[in-house]
Ligand binder design. Structure first.
Ligand SMILES: [Zn+2]
Length: 274
């Protein structure tokens, strides 16, 4: 490879189709894999117990001359020429640390912090404008308005054959006033981040709990929610066996949408305009 060659710099813990596509897109590039020495630079990488030994990963990819492992002491010399890096936290830090200006490629390879916080548009939901669906979404909004969580009020209504089975809003435990008595741990976190660190039960979970408490099934019922469910609630909705999820808002976080799709819960966006 000449000194001016294109170089693709990667942290590659596990070989999968995403990396394969990235490598194919840059078939003309020399591939530099981050070696074990980078564990000292980025300690979070040590936690990745799936990770292949970088030398083994390089061998699987065909090895030199196209693929080789670099260590921190090889930098910045090894990173001359045109650089391409996947847009990951590790790569951004690496570039920042060594004053590099690579082309960052937006491609999902693994969950890192920015990707985990990403709010992705819900991909392929149906759309409804029927009065009945709007009615139940308004009902869910009415529930949301009862929440003492003024920062984030969410309502959920379970419906079967036009009949409301259960409805709820996000509620704090042990009391509605908890966040105002002890402070709200959510204040420390941005929306979507560490949704588990909350003193509230989410509206969707409260609906499922009501069904469990009162002894009726929600299997095959529809759920109307004022916001797309968080990943934990998406799993609960999937396990409960809801048929359709009607929602407003447009964003899902982490794997919420994928979980629902895999469980054949049909997402339907309720258009309240017009
Ligand atoms: Zn939730």
């Amino acid at each position: 490879m000449s000194g001016s060659a294109k170089r693709l710099v990667l942290y590659l813990p596990v070989l999968h189709a995403g990396y394969e596509r990235l490598l194919e897109r840059h078939g003309d590039a020399e591939v530099l894999l981050l070696g074990r020495g980078f564990h000292e630079v980025f300690p979070a990488l040590r936690k990745d117990i799936r990770a292949l030994d970088p030398a083994r990963a390089a061998a699987y990819l065909g090895g030199p001359p196209r693929v080789r492992v670099i260590e921190p002491e090889d930098l910045p010399g090894a990173l001359a020429g045109d650089l391409v890096m996947p847009d990951e936290e590790v790569m951004r830090e690496l570039a920042g640390r060594y004053g590099l200006e690579p082309a960052f490629e937006r491609t999902f390879l693994r969950w890192d912090r920015p990707w985990s916080l990403e709010e992705a548009p819900v991909g392929s939901a149906g759309i409804t404008r029927t009065e009945l669906d709007r009615h139940f979404i308004r009902e869910a909004r009415g529930q949301a308005g009862r929440s003492s969580d003024w920062w984030r009020q969410v309502g959920a209504v379970a419906v079967r054959d036009g009949e409301v089975l259960a409805e709820a809003y996000n509620r704090h435990h042990p009391s509605e006033y908890s966040p105002y008595v002890d402070g709200d741990p959510r204040n420390e976190f941005r929306r979507g981040l560490r949704a588990d660190l909350s003193t509230a039960i989410h509206a969707e979970a409260a609906v499922v709990a009501e069904a469990a408490r009162e002894g009726f099934s929600l299997r095959g019922a529809d759920l109307y929610v004022t916001a797309f469910p968080c990943p934990a609630c998406a799993r609960l909705i999937a396990e409960t066996g809801f048929r359709r999820l009607y929602f407003t808002g447009t964003y899902s976080v982490l794997d919420g949408e994928g979980v629902l799709k895999a469980a054949n819960v049909e997402p339907v966006w309720v258009d309240l305009n017009g």
